[in-house]
Design a protein around this ligand. Structure first.
Ligand SMILES: Cc1cc2nc3c(=O)[nH]c(=O)nc-3n(C[C@H](O)[C@H](O)[C@H](O)COP(=O)(O)OP(=O)(O)OC[C@H]3O[C@@H](n4cnc5c(N)ncnc54)[C@H](O)[C@@H]3O)c2cc1C
Length: 397
């Protein structure tokens, strides 16, 4: 428990402000803690007069914490095809594994997926745990969860990364819960702290107003889901050598409560903005559905697609599938042209890793200029037609 020494406490309230769980309040000049305390220790660190102390033994550290080693990536596959996010995770996983001086492994489950194993090695994995079984062909969270949990308990990796996709989001929390491990969902940044090898997991918090860095110091494995299109895959190296370990999975783990009656592939003719190399995005500054015609013209001229801020989507000028940002899609195109978009953090988290960002905005102080590679200050209704015309002329040369 948290011990408070009222003789030392000066009632300054710093700990109260520091506590993210609202567990401390200052009453009659001394800090008081309630049941919401998670023993995270941030109040202890903030107290200049050392009036707070976490009782020895109060924090349960997993007994075998130092036995866990290696970075793992869950390599998601659908209909026999490896999801792009798996390669992105191997890209960041490789860096983390090099820093830790450990192996990078991928867990590949599915039916008929064996031939995909070399692509994961080329993308950075040292070892593939391969479960190729007809029962795994159809994603079912209980079976996938059982198999991953079984493997984790057997091999004891220190870090597990998975895509923050419909699949990753559905079964990774279940595995974390069963293992009693910490999980940070929807990470946008991962790093290793040099001093103690801790995984630092960064994600937007409090409605995207701050970026929080989360660590799980007391349990293993450290688990994180990562948004697609945030991390960069490595260039495939076809010469890379790796080991493929074929799993023999006990039958009981392949028993499911779920019976899949039918698979229906969603049919839509919308472009997937996550796969497009040039995006021209419109925001509130575009003013109307009609204004988006200018955005579309420029996008068409560049062979790209149209994206949008939430303000534009909420105004009904363009469908949600085009929304970029925290509650939309994360994109990483070669070129992102932001037109009439202020660059709020919730938008920026979805596009800031674009290779080149061009911003058109009439407000020279708009935050979008802080992340833009090139900025044009002016009225988009004048600039965009000129830009489209110029590109058209250049193409005709
Ligand atoms: C929990 C949460 C989640 C969110 N998720 C998202 C998300 O996923 N994506 C997202 O985009 N937002 C998201 N938001 C909203 C976000 O905070 C901003 O409100 C939103 O991004 C603003 O959109 P905007 O930049 O188009 O509009 P504004 O902030 O209103 O900016 C409009 C810009 O256009 C410029 N402008 C106006 N007229 C012209 C002109 N004629 N020529 C040139 N420039 C002009 C203005 O100077 C201004 O900078 C979220 C908010 C919350 C709280």
């Amino acid at each position: 428990m948290l011990i408070i020494d009222c003789e030392k406490c000066i009632g300054c309230g710093v700990c109260e402000a520091e506590c993210a769980f609202g567990a401390i309040s200052v009453q009659d000049g001394c800090a008081v803690v309630d049941d919401n305390c998670t023993l995270c220790g941030s109040c202890v660190e903030s107290c200049e007069v050392e009036a707070l102390l976490i009782e020895e033994g109060a924090v349960q550290v997993q007994a075998d914490i130092n036995d866990w080693s290696g970075i793992w990536v869950f390599a998601e596959s659908r209909h026999g095809k490896i999801a792009e996010v798996s390669y992105e995770l191997l890209g960041v996983g490789r860096k983390l594994a090099n820093q830790r001086g450990v192996q990078l492994s991928a867990v590949l489950l599915g039916s008929g997926v064996t031939e995909s194993a070399p692509t994961l090695i080329a993308a950075g994995a040292d070892k593939i745990y391969l479960g190729d079984d007809s029962t795994l062909g159809q994603y079912r969270e209980d079976i996938y969860g059982n198999v991953l949990e079984f493997l984790i308990k057997k091999e004891k990796p220190e870090v597990i990364l998975a895509g923050a996709t419909a699949i990753g989001r559905s079964f990774i929390p279940m595995v974390a819960n069963n293992l009693g491990a910490g999980l940070t969902a929807d990470c946008t940044g991962l790093a290793i702290r040099a001093e103690d090898g801790m995984l630092l997991q960064t994600r937007p918090a409090f409605g995207g107003n701050i970026m929080a860095t989360i660590e799980c110091p007391h349990t293993r494995p450290q688990m994180a889901t990562v948004r697609p299109k945030v991390m960069q895959p490595l260039m495939p190296d076809l010469e890379r050598q790796g080991e493929v370990v074929s799993l023999s999975i006990p039958d009981r783990l392949l028993e499911s409560q779920v019976k899949v009656l039918e698979n229906v592939l969603e049919e839509h003719n919308q472009v997937n903005i996550q796969e497009i190399e040039v995006l021209v995005a419109g925001g509130r500054g575009v003013e109307s559905e009609k204004g988006f015609k200018l955005v579309k013209e420029l996008a068409d001229e560049l062979g790209g697609a149209v994206a949008a801020s939430r303000a534009a989507v909420d105004s009904g000028w363009i469908p949600y599938a085009h929304q970029v940002g925290q509650t939309g899609k994360t994109v990483c195109p070669k070129l992102y042209i932001a037109c009439g978009i202020s660059g709020a953090i919730q938008h920026a988290v979805g596009m800031q890793s674009a290779e080149t960002i061009v911003a058109i905005n009439r407000d020279k102080n708009a935050p979008i200029f802080n992340i833009a590679s090139c900025g044009i200050v002016g009225d988009l209704f004048e600039i965009m037609p000129l830009l489209t015309k110029k590109i058209r002329e250049n193409k005709a040369l």
